[in-house]
Design a protein around this ligand. Structure first.
Ligand code: NZQ
Ligand code: ZN
Length: 393
């Protein structure tokens, strides 16, 4: 078991009508002039934005608005947001939406609170020393960005998608109202469930230090998300299923399911980030499209974990050799992805990549991880390329 540091400063307000507490919470954390940042307009169409701006108006809190954060949010809008905040003397950010709006808001917060080009942080050139305070009203259970220290931004030039992690960027509060996710397209609900599971699986498949309690939490979380994801395929308006998945999304990426291990593997995410950068695919779908290939490539080097996963999470019978059990577990995971209509290879993802594209992605991926990465198995550029090739379908 490894030593660990667990820091989750985000105040969570979970349940019905919780968006009505936005003004009170902004005041509590010292906000006087707010930038409300959102995506392509779902929050306006659902009526959520009107309810939020009404409570801010009633409380006399001033605000400016900036929409347009797209899935795989772009650096250009981040620069625009930074300028707007400086011009309007904004002292608090309110992200209303999913991971894209939240991540874009975090980047704006870094850009306002630090000198120089904000991309430097995502390009690993220097570290942020502050961030504007941020609050979140979450509308999709997926990335866990509402409690995580991460922000993922795509630079238009070269389509480079990179993440930056810092405790300064953690939200001061997160308002989570499960009903808000009922307007999601089924595809986005499934993408979210896939992403939530992957944040725990990345931490679970390691060769470095494991902790019984963490494993039990991780396995319980994975079983819960799978059960409720299947309920949501048939009953998208099932409140309890929405609530279970929403809370799982936050716990899966706030550090809890990694306590005591070496930090996790994370290669599936890195492989996806190149797909998202180049083909603009939904993050959760990109993850499931490569996971099976990654798993088959690495499982022999991390056999006890793959076996445990098969038995404890995928309910595979423990008879047969360890390798057989592990492979059956991988197949069962892919069967689950198909049940929630997630892709299990690039073809099903709708990506028709040439070998040149795969070579380019593997190269960018290797550069993005400074040469090599992975705990289930340490992977280099040639391994990344081999996995992309396996995932073609
Ligand atoms: O943009 P709008 O109009 O709001 O529509 C969004 C978008 O089209 C829609 N949507 C969201 N809530 C809705 C809704 N539609 C109807 N009703 C609602 N209640 O869903 C689509 C996807 O939204 P987005 O915010 O892009 O989804 P997600 O939360 O999955 O975020 C994805 C981004 O987060 C990054 C991903 O790489 C990707 O760029 N990640 C961020 C992480 C983090 N900060 O910790 C970790 C993750 O691993 C991930 O990399
Ligand atoms: Zn993710």
């Amino acid at each position: 078991m490894f030593d660990f540091r667990y820091f989750t400063p985000t105040k969570v307000i979970f349940g019905k009508d919780t968006e009505l507490q936005a003004a009170k919470l902004i005041r509590e954390f010292g906000g006087n002039k707010v930038l409300i940042h959102y995506g392509g307009g779902s929050v306006i169409r659902s009526g959520l934005m009107k309810r939020v701006t009404d409570v801010l108006d009633d409380a006399g809190i001033e605000y400016v608005m900036l929409g347009g954060a797209v899935p795989n949010p772009r650096l250009g809008l981040v620069y625009e947001g930074i300028e707007l905040c400086k011009k309007e003397k904004v002292d608090f950010l309110l992200a209303v939406g999913g991971g894209s709006a939240i991540d874009s808001a975090k980047a704006i917060g870094y850009g306002v609170a630090n000198e120089g080009d904000v991309w430097d942080f995502y390009d690993y050139k220097r570290k942020a020393e502050a961030c504007l305070p941020l609050g979140v009203i979450l509308t999709i259970a997926a990335t866990g960005s509402e409690m995580s220290d991460s922000s993922v931004i795509t630079k238009e030039e070269g389509l480079v998608k990179r993440g930056y992690s810092s405790d300064f960027g953690r939200a001061k509060f997160a308002i989570m109202k499960p009903e808000l996710t009922m307007t999601l397209p089924d595809y986005q609900t499934a993408c979210g469930c896939a992403d939530i599971m992957m944040h725990t699986m990345e931490r679970y498949f390691t060769n470095g230090g494991n902790m019984e309690l963490t494993d039990a939490i991780a396995e319980g979380l994975l079983r819960t998300v799978m059960k409720n994801a299947l309920i949501l395929v048939k009953e998208p308006k099932n409140y309890d299923a929405r609530a279970e998945v929403m809370w799982a999304g936050s716990l899966s990426h706030n550090g809890l399911t990694g306590c005591g291990n070496d930090g996790g593997d994370w290669m599936t995410h890195k492989l996806e980030h190149e797909l998202g950068g180049l083909y603009d695919v939904a993050h959760g779908a990109g993850l499931t499209a490569v996971w099976g290939s990654w798993a088959r490539y690495v499982y022999k080097d991390c056999l006890p974990r793959f076996k445990r996963f098969a038995v404890n999470v995928m309910n595979v019978s423990a008879s047969g050799t360890d390798e057989e059990i592990a492979l059956t577990g991988i197949e069962a995971m892919e069967a689950f992805y198909r049940k929630i209509k997630m892709p299990t290879n690039l073809k099903e993802l709708g990506v028709d990549a040439t070998d040149e594209d795969l070579v380019e992605m593997a190269h960018k991926c290797a550069v993005g991880v400074s040469g090599s990465m992975g705990s289930a198995r340490l992977l280099y550029e040639e391994d990344m390329l081999a996995i992309y090739r396996m995932s073609r379908g």
